[in-house]
Design a protein around this ligand. Structure first.
Ligand code: SAH
Length: 260
C-alpha cells in the first residue's frame, strides 16, 4: 500500500497522495509540495515509505507526515507556535513552519545530537531563511520534557511513541491547542492519539489504530486482521491500511523513545 502514492519527483509524490485521498487540506498539500523530501533523505525520497536516516532513526512515510499535518491543520495557522518532538530529518518541522508562516515558530527537538546537526544542514539546503529568521529552532534535548522556554504550543507533533503521554507535553499545550502522538498500548499495539486542551481540560481521542505486521507468509492473516480492525474503528479504512508498513518502524522508534 505504501507504494501506492510513490512518484518520481516530490511534486508527483504529493500529487499522488492527494489523488489517493490522503489530503483534504490545501495548506497541508501546499506545504508538502514546497518542501522537497529529497533534501531530507537521499534514499528513495519520493517513495511513500519511511527511510532510514542513520542513528537508529527514520524519516517517516509521506502519508504519515500528511496525516499529521491534516490533524493539526487548524492549529498550524499563521503566527502559531508549534513543537515537533523527535524532529529527526527536520522534514516535518519545515512543513509545519510553512503552515505557520513567517510570523510563526516551530521548535524541533531531537535527542540525537548528530540528527540535530544533520537536520539543520538539510533545512539550510533550501530553507535557511527559516533558521535565520527564527521561524524554525532546532534543539538538542529530551523531547519527553518538551521545550518549556517557548511554551505554550498551539500544535505539538510527536514522532516517536511512548507508553503514555508525557505530562510535560500536555502541560506545554496551549489552551485550544492540539497534540498528535503515537502511544504504545499494553498489548503492544500502537494508537495515534489526538489530544486537545479545551478550557484547561484534556480531551483524548484515538484516531488511528496501527499494528505491527511481520514480513513473512503469515502476513496475509495479519492483513485480514487489519482490514477487520480498520472497518471496525475507522471511517476511512483505506488510510488505516496505508499505515501498516510504517508500524514496524514506529515500534523501533518507540523503543528509542523509551530507552533514554
Ligand atoms: N519525524 C521525524 C523523525 C521520526 S523518527 C522525521 O520524519 O524525519 C523519531 C525520531 O524521534 C528519531 O529521530 C529519534 O531519534 C527521536 N527521538 C526518540 N526519542 C526521543 C526523545 N526522547 N527526545 C527527542 N527525540 C527523540
Amino acid at each position: 500500500m505504501a507504494w501506492r502514492s510513490s512518484g518520481s519527483s516530490n511534486a508527483e509524490l504529493v500529487e499522488n497522495l492527494r489523488k489517493n485521498g490522503v489530503f483534504s487540506n490545501q495548506r497541508a498539500y501546499d506545504a508538502m509540495k514546497a518542501v522537497d523530501r529529497g533534501d531530507f533523505t537521499s534514499r528513495d525520497p519520493y517513495e511513500d515509505a519511511p527511510q532510514r536516516i542513520g542513528y537508529n532513526a527514520t524519516i517517516s512515510a509521506p502519508h504519515m507526515h500528511a496525516a499529521a499535518l491534516e490533524y493539526l491543520q487548524n492549529h498550524l495557522v499563521a503566527g502559531a507556535n508549534a513543537l515537533d518532538v523527535g524532529s529527526g530529518s527536520g522534514y516535518l518541522t519545515v512543513c509545519m513552519a510553512m503552515m505557520v508562516g513567517q510570523t510563526g515558530t516551530v521548535v524541533g527537538i531531537e535527542h540525537m545530537s548528530e540528527l540535530v546537526e544533520l537536520s539543520t544542514k538539510n533545512i539550510k539546503k533550501h530553507h535557511s531563511e527559516m533558521i535565520e529568521n527564527g521561524n524554525v529552532v532546532m534543539i538538542d534535548g529530551d523531547g519527553r520534557q518538551g521545550y518549556a522556554e517557548k511554551a505554550p504550543y498551539n500544535a505539538i507533533h510527536v514522532g516517536a511513541a511512548a507508553a503514555g503521554v508525557p505530562k510535560a507535553l500536555t502541560d506545554q499545550l496551549a489552551d485550544g491547542g492540539r497534540m498528535m502522538i503515537p502511544v504504545e498500548q499494553e498489548d503492544g499495539n500502537q494508537v495515534f492519539m489526538q489530544i486537545d486542551k479545551i478550557n484547561g481540560k484534556i480531551h483524548e481521542k484515538i484516531v488511528e489504530h496501527v499494528i505491527y505486521v511481520p514480513l513473512n507468509p503469515l502476513c496475509i492473516l495479519y492483513i485480514l486482521y487489519i482490514i477487520l480492525l480498520s472497518v471496525r474503528y475507522s471511517s476511512s479504512s483505506w488510510n488505516r491500511l496505508l499505515l501498516y508498513r510504517q508500524v514496524s518502524l514506529i515500534r523501533e522508534e518507540s523503543r528509542v523513545f523509551e530507552k533514554t
